[in-house]
Design a protein around this ligand. Structure first.
Ligand SMILES: Cc1cc2nc3c(=O)[nH]c(=O)nc-3n(C[C@H](O)[C@H](O)[C@H](O)COP(=O)(O)OP(=O)(O)OC[C@H]3O[C@@H](n4cnc5c(N)ncnc54)[C@H](O)[C@@H]3O)c2cc1C
Length: 322
């Protein structure tokens, strides 16, 4: 029976920061929420790449906090241990601890997350929705479906007659080649923990092992190439990209030791270059919505605010007196 608190089943596609925030708010309002996530774990681009005992934050590097909602969320007791300030004093940067992925993992506590479930299509059944997944059809009937995958994947799932498609079609992302390096020999302490060179192929280099809560040895670095360089080298093989970015890294740091680990990762959708220009999308008639950093801009906080804004709209529709 619909219309009672707790009787609405909501499907959230994607367990990145937007999906987790929306799910958390909806569950707190008394709705039943199931998250479908195609990867093995939660966090999306706020991710940590593990290699044996090593861990690299190879997606988002840090978070900044501008608005009240994210500030309050980070201060909540459930998340306090998963976040720490990092970087120059007063820079206002925060990182997940002991890894970036710790924050989404803490956010996911108490939520129902079905991992390794790739949603392929939404199927309308009466006034509800069923999900067709790569791993098989899910038999539950959902009252609402919230899409929080990157814009291209969200567009692929939005019904052909949905009025929400327009703003999503305009979204553009920059790609990013990332290289992870581990050294047995520590670099000079005079080299700053993070750098943004003004020229050359590197946009950002950070000594990952000096972030709070990480093992300081061996010394690990994460390098992000600029969007321009990545576009020019998008189809290059990873070993070539690693060699090019290692050479540029040596130039800016003077650290010439041979890395014991060198791994490349190509993000096709890294940072939002052109957003949808709305903080979320919601169709009360279809009961389909969408959220993600792509609604607002290229930041973790944008994903959180978008997920929160979507949850408020859903609550207003499904629990109008709540
Ligand atoms: C290299 C890089 C560096 C960055 N640096 C910073 C930074 O320093 N500071 C900052 O604030 N931000 C940074 N960002 C951006 C930040 O990571 C994102 O803005 C934020 O994490 C996006 O969250 P999201 O929930 O909108 O999307 P995502 O994190 O992309 O989450 C979407 C989720 O949907 C899942 N999914 C996709 N399709 C399907 C499907 N069909 N079925 C089921 N699940 C699906 C994905 O697996 C993913 O888990 C960086 C990003 C990258 C890649």
């Amino acid at each position: 029976m619909r219309g009672l608190v707790g009787s609405h089943q909501i499907a959230v596609i994607g367990a990145g920061m937007a999906g987790l925030t929306a799910a958390r708010d909806l569950q707190a309002a008394g709705l039943d929420v199931v998250i479908f996530e195609k990867s093995r774990g939660v966090g999306g681009r706020m991710s940590t790449r593990r290699m044996d005992a090593l861990a690299f934050d190879h997606g988002a590097q840090y978070m900044t906090v501008r608005g009240a909602y994210f500030a309050e969320l980070l201060k909540s007791s459930a998340l306090a241990d998963a976040v720490a300030p990092w970087g120059p004093k007063d820079a206002g940067r925060f990182v997940g601890t002991p890894s970036m992925n710790a924050l989404p993992r803490a956010l996911a506590a108490g939520l129902t997350v079905q991992t390794e479930r790739t949603v392929k299509a939404l199927e309308r059944v009466g006034d509800g929705w069923r999900l067709d997944c790569a791993e098989g059809r899910d038999e539950r009937l959902f009252d609402a479906v919230l899409l929080t995958a990157p814009a291209a994947q969200t567009l692929a799932l939005l019904p052909a007659d949905s009025e929400l498609r327009g703003p999503v079609e305009h979204v553009r992302y920059a790609p990013c080649w990332t290289v992870m390096l581990s050294f047995d020999t520590a670099s000079s302490a005079a080299i700053p923990d993070s750098q943004r060179p003004l020229s050359g192929p590197i946009a950002w280099a950070a000594r990952n092992s000096r972030k709070p809560g990480r093992d300081s040895s061996p010394e690990n670095w994460v390098i992000h190439a600029t969007a321009e360089w990545t576009r020019a080298h998008l189809q290059d093989p990873a070993p070539q990209v690693i060699a090019d970015l290692l050479a540029a890294f040596r130039e800016i740091t003077g650290h010439i030791a041979e890395p014991t680990i060198r791994v490349g990762h190509r993000w096709l959708y890294a940072l939002v270059e052109q957003s949808a220009g709305v903080d979320h999308l919601w169709s009360p008639a279809m009961r389909v919505g969408a959220a993600g950093d792509w609604c607002i801009g290229p930041r973790v906080e944008a994903a959180v605010e978008s997920g929160h804004a979507l949850a408020l709209s859903v609550i207003k529709t499904l629990l109008p007196k709540g």
